[in-house]
Write a protein that binds this ligand. Structure first.
Ligand SMILES: *[C@@H]1O[C@H](CO)[C@@H](O)[C@H](O)[C@H]1NC(C)=O
Ligand SMILES: *[C@@H]1O[C@H](CO)[C@@H](O)[C@H](O)[C@H]1NC(C)=O
Length: 485
């Protein structure tokens, strides 16, 4: 046989570079998502001696200095991403670690408030764990044993806790970012905390049929508009300070847009299920407006990068002379916009909107797969998808990449949205046991009101809690690497 003929018979795998993806082929989508999922899995430190289920732990810089931790919330986000991964692909490979983590981090009151995460526990951080549990309920993810907390009840517990934090003392309502007055950001009412409360309420309303959740979701939506977190043209801004109560950071993050978008889609479908056509029409219009408002900040218009998702507040632009400024949290945000566009696709009964979403998910997933040609395995994923090749992320950090790989996994698996059933409800396949009173027990967390420190610059605010380095850390036994400042 001639050499050229022999070469042509070499299996593709041995020449693998980047992730192979045909966006219209289910088998290819599943395989590509599986590669990203295994890359994410490789960053989960469960073979380390210091491993704690539901924590990614340390990120080491190449020079061994400047070590930082992943915040607690990002592991909750990853568990939610893997629940969807299982649902979209049928691959059970990560279910054991996901179930273990989702149950390990519930805390003594079964409400995702583990005491030793007090410094990293804003309303948004807690809610990311809650929506992972909610996804488990909605996707029919295997239920835990009866003596363990159940997915739906966990989501309800977080919702009930947060409803009690609705704060009319400032800005006529809304949730503060932080739960504890000792944490920086207690004087900040932001989109991610209020958006997630709205979003979780909408999902609980649809899943359980209980109107109380829908009422809260409407109230939180109305307040978000009133406060300006959601603008008149449906852009979602980062947040506003107390006592001014006007938007003080107009930064737009893709995850905030996605959180409100999917919340609106769940509200729409909740009213469709209830046969309330007027409200269904109202929320369909809102979903459409929120969807179209994502275009200008997050989807590239350059012809060569058309419809490719970009975290525009921190990713670099062509010709890429400046490195991206996205922090560890922000590198994961495109994961959630992708996830929430996927579920919006499943919920919204409108062909034009579905096409609009799928055009963007397909272009983004194609570009994301190409951005995964880095590292010695030639399948390590970068941050920026528009470059069409690995961009060097995470920039000098030896063991980063959770956000980058989670985002690639989610944008690829979301392509399965058309081929799978929409989220279940209690009446359409869901089996998770709820508890409407969950989360009302006495909280073990009554962190003393230590001194409140000045908030830092707006650029630092997105994502999980900005932590104070005051002695609280020592008091609560929180390891130093969780503290960013
Ligand atoms: C938090 O507390 C749990 C339960 O006591 C423990 O297993 C875990 O190691 C602690 N995590 C941290 C980061 O200290
Ligand atoms: C509906 O939810 C609210 C708020 O959690 C709860 O108080 C109420 O008991 C629930 N109603 C039913 C019928 O479960």
């Amino acid at each position: 046989m001639k050499l050229s003929k022999l070469l042509s018979l070499l299996p593709i795998a041995s020449l693998a570079s980047a992730i192979d993806l045909t966006v219209t082929d289910s088998a290819s989508i599943k395989k590509a998502a599986g590669i990203a999922a295994s890359k994410l899995r490789a960053l989960y430190p469960n073979t380390e001696s210091w491993f704690i289920p539901g924590e990614f732990g340390l990120i080491q810089t190449a020079d061994g200095k400047n070590n930082q931790g992943y915040y607690w919330w990002e592991a909750g986000a990853a568990m939610g991403a893997w629940v969807d991964y299982w649902y979209y692909t049928g691959d059970t490979a990560y279910n054991d670690i996901v179930t273990e983590a989702l149950l390990f981090q519930v805390g003594p009151d079964r409400d995702y408030q583990p005491p030793n995460q007090t410094l990293a526990l804003g309303n948004d951080d807690q809610a990311f764990w809650a929506i992972a549990a909610m996804s488990a309920a909605e996707r029919g993810y295997p239920d835990p044993p009866k003596d363990k907390p159940q997915w739906l009840a966990l989501a309800q517990a977080v919702f009930n806790r947060q409803a009690k934090r609705w704060d009319t003392a400032a800005c006529e309502g809304g949730l503060r970012w932080q739960v504890f007055s000792s944490n920086k950001g207690y004087d900040y009412k932001n989109a991610v905390s209020n958006g997630l409360f709205f979003h979780l309420g909408a999902r609980l309303a649809r899943y359980t049929g209980n109107q109380t959740y829908a009422d809260w979701a409407v109230k939180t939506w109305d307040w978000s508009l009133h406060n300006g977190l959601v603008s008149k043209d449906y852009k979602v801004f980062d947040g506003s300070h107390i006592p001014e109560c006007v938007v003080s950071s107009k930064i737009q993050w893709s995850y905030n847009a996605g959180i409100y978008l999917a919340g609106a889609a769940y509200m729409y479908d909740n009213y469709v299920i209830n046969g309330d056509t007027a409200n269904a029409a109202k929320w369909k219009k809102l979903t459409d407006s929120l969807l179209k408002a994502t275009d200008e900040p997050f989807f590239n218009r350059l012809p060569e990068h058309k419809n490719i998702m970009r975290e525009s507040a921190c990713e670099s632009n062509p010709p890429y002379t400046a490195p991206p400024t996205c922090n560890t949290d922000q590198r994961s945000f495109k994961a959630y916009l992708s996830r929430f566009m996927g579920v919006t696709y499943q919920l919204i009964n409108d062909d034009a909107m579905k096409t609009w979403i799928m055009d963007r998910l397909q272009a983004s997933a194609t570009a994301a797969a190409k951005a995964c040609d880095g590292g010695s395995d030639k399948q390590t994923c970068g941050l920026s998808w528009i470059r069409g090749t690995y961009d060097g992320s995470p920039y000098g950090i030896a063991k980063g990449g959770v956000g980058e790989h989670m985002a690639v996994m989610e944008v690829i698996q979301a392509l399965m949205a058309p081929n799978t059933k929409p989220p279940y409800t209690e009446k359409s396949g869901g089996t998770s046991k709820g508890d409407a009173t969950a989360g009302s027990g006495s909280s073990s967390l009554t962190a003393a009101d230590l001194m409140q420190t000045e908030p830092t610059t707006t650029a630092d605010r997105a994502g999980a809690g900005i932590l104070t380095t005051i002695c609280l850390g020592g008091l609560l036994g929180l390891t130093y690497w969780l503290i960013r400042e």
